[in-house]
Ligand binder design. Structure first.
Ligand SMILES: CC(C)(COP(=O)(O)OP(=O)(O)OC[C@H]1O[C@@H](n2cnc3c(N)ncnc32)[C@H](O)[C@@H]1OP(=O)(O)O)[C@@H](O)C(=O)NCCC(=O)NCCS
Length: 182
């Protein structure tokens, strides 16, 4: 398996990974990725793919959002989305993508990485629920346990407050869980 930054020619296979991994939600996620990609630059954000037998088997994206801290707005990163092709799950590909991404971001002035996800999976990388650490989730529809954060070397204790998702997450209605019966 090879981990590397996404190339322009990876666009369709990356879409395919999300369409297949996220099932009914796949189209929203694939479209979100296409929008978020425009915000990724060599110095800001990160889009990593995992190649397995010469094919794209996994993808993770980190993009900039804001933390509304008491002192000032702080640029943070959001890990979203992460997916591995169904036939390739359980082989460490997702873990390798997350770990490599965090290593790269730790070399930059990134203080915090937030995500929405299952703590049973993400706690292994050091993510912990943000609510108990002075952070507020960007939507009441995100379960408390799912709103997670990890601090990187750029973190300073005054950096608390509300996570404000970048606009693409709202445009694609990709925040939290909708309740059609509400
Ligand atoms: C979640 C996902 C990215 C994990 O990738 P992966 O390559 O299968 O994961 P790894 O091989 O690195 O890790 C496998 C471990 O994760 C666990 N795991 C996988 N998905 C999990 C989930 N949703 N919740 C909790 N644990 C999960 C497996 O049980 C396994 O545990 P073990 O190491 O104790 O045996 C992949 O299953 C996937 O694409 N799922 C569909 C899309 C998705 O839900 N993405 C995450 C949204 S934030």
């Amino acid at each position: 398996m090879e981990l590397r930054e996404e190339l322009p020619s990876d666009r369709e296979p990356v879409r395919d990974v999300h369409l297949r991994a996220f099932g009914d939600h796949g189209l929203v996620v694939a479209d979100l990725v296409d929008t978020l990609r425009d915000t990724v630059t060599p110095a800001d954000g990160l889009s990593l793919v995992a190649e397995y037998d010469g094919k794209i088997a996994g993808h993770v994206m980190f993009t900039r959002s804001l933390l509304d801290a008491p002192r000032q707005l702080v640029e943070v990163q959001v890990l979203s989305p992460l997916a591995v092709l169904p036939g390739h799950q359980g082989r460490g590909i997702g873990s390798a993508l997350v770990r490599r991404g965090l290593e790269i971001l730790a070399e930059r002035p990134v203080p915090l990485v937030f995500l929405e996800g299952d703590p049973g999976y993400y706690s292994r990388f050091g993510f912990a629920p943000g609510g108990g650490q002075g952070f507020r989730k960007p939507s009441l529809r995100i379960p408390d346990a799912a709103f997670q954060v990890i601090g990187l070397p750029g973190y300073e204790p005054w950096m608390t407050g509300t996570l404000v998702y970048a606009e693409p997450f709202w445009r694609h209605d990709a925040v939290g869980l909708r309740d059609p019966g509400a």
